[in-house]
Design a protein around this ligand. Structure first.
Ligand SMILES: Nc1nc2c(ncn2[C@@H]2O[C@H](COP(=O)(O)OP(=O)(O)OP(=O)(O)O)[C@@H](O)[C@H]2O)c(=O)[nH]1
Ligand SMILES: [Mg+2]
Length: 223
């Protein structure tokens, strides 16, 4: 995996007029063996291996997207070891994340039961700078395995009850729905970013108007 110096999330580099480069940190979390590393590898390198090599701590990979003619997005995907759930390091790994993909193995019910604990851990430790929750999607991975242990209705209900915007049946092995899921997350982050920028510009305008008013009044008093 590519290792690079970590930068703060949502960093904007205006390289030239009307062209921007963004950096988003995404978390990939869930129980051990559900396929987090396989999903990241499929997405960033287009490869799959059936060997299981346990992730220790966390790893990360970069994917660059030419989102539109004016926007380049560098996605920093943090692949957190499934064994880390109750490790104190998760707080450090989660820092500055702007979105997350929660992964479980559709053929193993226990991994779905753990999703709630991962979600609670995430919501407790990460919020966007304005205090709101980060966008989260749920990936029911190993969709190529015919044995599905969790009924669709149960997953739908879980997402509705826990305000998870979207879920996908994915397969790192067969390259199913991984691009689509990541695309959805990026769109959500961009949407919340635009909303925040609008809020900021309103705040700025209000401040400017207030300052102008204050300036005007104090000027009148001095007259
Ligand atoms: N059939 C199938 N096997 C998969 C798929 N994704 C991952 N696997 C296999 O599942 C095993 C575990 O995958 P990993 O990606 O290493 O799991 P992980 O979630 O990163 O596990 P930890 O690093 O321990 O947290 C490996 O043997 C993978 O080849 C998939 O979509 N389909
Ligand atoms: Mg792993």
């Amino acid at each position: 995996m590519n290792h690079r110096k970590s930068r703060r999330d949502s960093e904007v580099t205006l390289s030239n007029y009307n062209h921007k480069e963004l950096l988003f940190k995404f978390l990939i979390i869930g129980d051990y063996g559900v396929g987090k590393t396989a999903v990241v590898r499929r997405y960033t390198e287009g490869k799959f291996s059936s060997n299981y090599k346990v992730t220790i701590g966390a790893d990360f990979a970069i994917k660059t997207l030419n989102w539109d003619p004016h926007t380049k997005i560098n996605l920093q995907l943090w692949d957190i070891a499934g064994h880390e759930r109750f490790g104190y390091m998760t707080r450090v790994y989660y820092k500055y994340a702007v979105a997350a993909a929660l992964v479980f193995d559709i053929s193993r019910i226990t991994t779905f039961q753990s999703v709630k604990k991962w979600l609670n851990d995430l919501r407790e430790k990460v919020t966007l700078p304005d205090g709101s929750n980060i966008p989260i999607i749920l990936l029911a991975n190993k969709g190529d395995i015919k044995h599905t242990a969790i009924p669709t209705e149960q997953i739908n209900k879980f997402c509705k009850d826990n305000k998870i915007a979207q879920w996908y049946v994915t397969s790192a092995k067969e390259n199913k729905n991984i691009d689509e899921a990541m695309h959805f997350l990026v769109e959500n982050v961009l949407k919340s970013k635009i909303e925040n920028e609008i809020k900021d510009s309103i705040k700025l305008r209000t401040t400017l108007i207030n300052e102008k008013t204050t300036g005007c009044c104090s000027h009148e008093i001095h007259k």
